[in-house]
Design a protein around this ligand. Structure first.
Ligand code: GDP
Length: 296
């Protein structure tokens, strides 16, 4: 997949630097230029890439490095750490606790994989002994409730929704109340999407959030949207208190850079990635593991 190409290009740049007889400013600049090219091609936002380059140059200051320092190692570590930093906003997201009720609201554009991801998230926790439940507060897209119902039934997860009620706030509140009474510990609210960031979508999101007081808002983003990732994620963050990100369709032709941009734009960590259409194609996201894998 294309994500591997990004890792391959960065690894190659580091390897070329490694092969140089003497590591000097020129070699470092060439290496960083290669890495910059790879990141931009992978749709990482320009400013992030520029900041990374500046930071590495600061860390690897040839005037300060005494002879005998292993410059190759210092550069490699700096690249690794900077990539990790891009993916780590510095504060963890709210983590629901098994046995204690949490409300988690999912937001994202239509087609991002929001409904699918709600079920994956529920199923993931159910397998670990949680008691999740799904609420379909998407009254905008025809068929949304049927889709959630089908997924939930397949996974044997309780669900709530309506074919006739058109007020998403009402459904969300009713669903959350019902599952609180049933002592579910993870109440997942799926909300409407739109094709683009529209005022109506954001207003609806805010209303559902105000009425259900979620402990965590998860922003679901399709990894294949490319350079649009940063602006899209930022638009959501400006409208609602996004606390975590799930990046979907990482199995496809995604270039992977979107994940880095989404973290930067929302200042929230990626907590899971979607790697396929099936319920169990869902992985925990660990920054160091992800970057290590990226660099091979
Ligand atoms: P929503 O409109 O945001 O609720 O999006 P859906 O959940 O309906 O998903 C849109 C399409 O993306 C569906 O065909 C899903 O099967 C597909 N999809 C969701 N997540 C993934 C993923 O991680 N990988 C792949 N390949 N497809 C996915």
């Amino acid at each position: 997949m294309v994500l591997a190409q990004l890792g391959g290009s960065i690894s190659r740049a580091l390897q070329q630097m490694n092969n140089a007889t003497i590591i000097d400013e020129k070699v470092l600049t060439e290496c960083l230029n290669e890495i910059t090219r790879a990141l931009l091609q992978a749709d990482v936002e320009f400013k992030l890439v520029r900041d990374m380059q500046t930071n590495i140059k600061k860390i690897v200051n040839f005037d300060d490095l005494a002879t005998g320092h292993n410059k190759r190692r210092i550069i490699q570590e700096a690249v690794f750490n900077e990539l990790c930093k891009m993916l780590d906003p510095g504060k963890p997201s709210f983590i629901p606790k098994k046995g204690k009720t949490s409300v988690v609201m999912f937001v994202g554009l239509q087609g991002s994989g929001k409904t699918t991801t709600c079920t994956k998230y529920a199923f993931y926790h159910q397998k670990k002994g949680w008691k999740p439940a799904l609420v379909c507060a998407d009254t905008f897209r025809a068929g949304a409730f049927d889709q959630l119902k089908q997924n939930a039934t397949k996974a044997k997860i309780p669900f709530y929704g309506s074919y006739t009620e058109s007020d998403p706030v009402r459904i969300a509140v009713e669903g959350v109340e019902r599952f609180k009474k049933e002592n579910c510990d993870l109440i997942i609210v799926d909300t409407s999407g739109r094709h683009k960031q529209e005022a109506a979508l954001f207003e609806e999101m805010r209303q559902v959030s105000e009425a259900t007081k979620p402990d965590l808002v998860i922003f679901v983003m399709d990894s294949s949207i490319g350079q649009a990732a940063f602006d899209q994620a930022r638009a959501f963050k400006q409208s609602i208190a996004v606390g975590a990100v799930i990046v979907t369709k990482m199995d496809g032709h995604a270039k992977g850079g979107g994940a880095l941009s989404a973290v930067a734009a929302t200042k929230s960590p990626v907590i899971f990635i979607g790697t396929g259409e099936h319920m169990d194609e869902f992985e925990d996201f660990d920054v160091k593991r992800f970057v290590s894998r990226l660099l091979g």
